[in-house]
Design a protein. Sequence first.
Length: 364
Amino acid sequence: MRALIASQRAATKVKKTGRQAESFCSDPTSGVFAALVFGKTGAPVSELSEDLAKQWIKGTQPALDRRRMSPEEAKQDPGGILDALCSESLFGGASLLQVSIARETEARPFLDALTEIENMSEPPNGKLLIVAGDLTPRSKLRKTFEDHKSAIALQIFERSERDFENWVRDQLSASGLRLEPDAEILLLRTLLEDQSLAPGEIEKLALYAVDLDRQLTEQDIRDLIILEDQSTGFDLVDLALDGKLSDLAGLMGDQLKEGSGAIPVLIGLMNQLKRLNRAHEVSGEGIHGPKIGERLSPRVFDRQWPAFERRMQKWPPDRILTLMTLVAQTDAQCRTAGSPQEALVGKLLLDVAQVASHAGRRRA
């Protein structure tokens, strides 16, 4: 019977598109060990592949050990693909192997692994997740996943305007964000221009709204959300905390005067420091690596973890507390009538970037 089911499956192209693909990512069926998630620019490919990874990890016992492999690693050690999928990890289970490819030629080692697995009597215990851009129906990578008896191809489309708006409202609610009606209209109109930006922009709003005891206004959205590829105050905060002095200096003047405003930048900086401080507290509880990010609010997703970890290394707890004091002092100065807000915040950001840059050189 099992052989009959397998042969029937092999005879049918295994693919899902649109809403069916989204449903699979949130509730994957059994019997599938490999998935190709792909779609055009603007489609929520990264977001839905992340959902699928979480569901696979949650639904497998013992838990899968998530591992990211670059195309370069796979090319240098193609045998490592099967090792990861078939062998037990240090934590007792197999691996969820995830790779993002920019060109179809980068997928060759994984296609070879799929061919070997096709001849196995049982699929491996691990999972393989490949994330790609748009692929034509003639794509060898796409056809291999469609034709494989234990794999599936998931084509992701941009959501319809109504579906996307409902999704954004769900995400805002889940993040505890409250928006005035005009602010919500502006946010939806802005995010519709590029749906793929939505998760990061909503995370940015959630970070800004920590300890903010009011609804977000239309002006908040204008200050914080990227409009027509313009940068925001959060870019200034990121550049400063990461020690990117030259980039910060080139961007800061215009942004503080025209786009971001001094006070929102200070609020964003303080909230980022609180988040970093909380990350160190979680680390002190014996939790390590990307699992720290899962305990933060807003959370740090796996793809964001390497950059966030480097920032944690530059900003240990004692340095964070010192900077929090300076931010509070600068905020008090800025709220004094007639104070040169842009100059005060600009100097603080440059000082922060200089400290972070020096810390990075010392570690190197």
